[in-house]
Write a protein that binds this ligand. Structure first.
Ligand SMILES: [Zn+2]
Ligand SMILES: [Zn+2]
Length: 245
């Protein structure tokens, strides 16, 4: 058992780390229907004492100076990012612009962003095959800075297991994220990062594995509800888009 002194030291250490969630969706996502605006998300993140967040909409960088300043006023570092799609398979890329994003069409295109000022994370790599990197992750492991420990799991159903194995085998850090599509999904799963509150320091700390995943398994009911809500809303959006064409 840890002594009270050690516990206090431990708490102090973690309390100085940055609370970060680098995978959150917000209104404006081209694929999924999200109810809250980026500013409302920033407000929510501030109320939950987050230090760092990234809005990672599918195929779109939702970031501008106004949003960044708004976040800064609330004590939050907003990192530009997006959930790129390579033939439907998801990849998180950070510190990019929409122009950069439009150049990512194949897994090889990620090589252009294999530099210190960018960060590449493999989200939910072994979930539903169509949307996940799966073998593309292990075949191109040198392209990735970190692997996501997804919040979508229960005590009995944990599709993160293979991601954990790959992380250990290749010595690649894991980051905890919410992949939130609603506020109910936001706040329980995140990463503590031992870094200064600036982009380069955060990227460096992640690459150096100075991170701690904070996560809580969902109940089967909550997992089913969260996933089915996202699937239903995205189906509605796709159907509307087809009708409007
Ligand atoms: Zn995804
Ligand atoms: Zn996502």
């Amino acid at each position: 058992m840890r002594s009270a002194k050690k516990e206090a030291k431990c708490f102090l250490y973690f309390s100085t780390m940055l609370k970060a969630d680098l995978h959150i969706h917000a209104k404006g996502d081209p694929i999924d229907i999200i109810r809250y605006t980026p500013k409302k998300l920033i407000d929510r993140a501030a109320s939950l004492n987050f230090d760092v967040i990234s809005i990672t909409n599918h195929k779109k960088v939702t970031y501008n100076r106004e949003l960044s300043e708004y976040a800064k006023k609330k004590g939050i570092l907003l990192i530009p990012g997006a959930e790129a799609m390579i033939k439907h398979r998801h990849v998180l890329v950070y510190n990019i612009t929409n122009k950069d994003l439009s150049t990512i069409k194949t897994i090889n295109d990620l090589k252009m962003f294999r530099k210190d000022n960018y960060l590449i994370i493999a989200p939910h790599p072994f979930f539903i095959k169509k949307y996940c990197l799966s073998n593309l992750l292990t075949e191109n492991i040198e392209l990735f800075d970190a692997i996501e420990f997804s919040s979508n799991y229960t005590n009995h159903i944990n599709i993160n297991k293979k991601a954990v194995m790959v992380s250990r085998k290749y010595n690649i850090p894991m980051v905890g994220t919410s992949d939130a599509h609603s506020f109910k999904e936001f706040g329980t799963d995140y990463t503590l990062i031992d870094a200064e509150k600036n982009i380069q320091s955060v990227f460096k700390a992640i690459r150096s594995n100075k991170v701690k995943v904070v996560t809580k398994p969902k109940t089967l009911r909550k997992l089913t509800m969260d996933l089915s809500k996202t699937i239903i809303l995205s189906t509605i959006k796709k159907t509307y888009r087809k009708i409007l064409k």
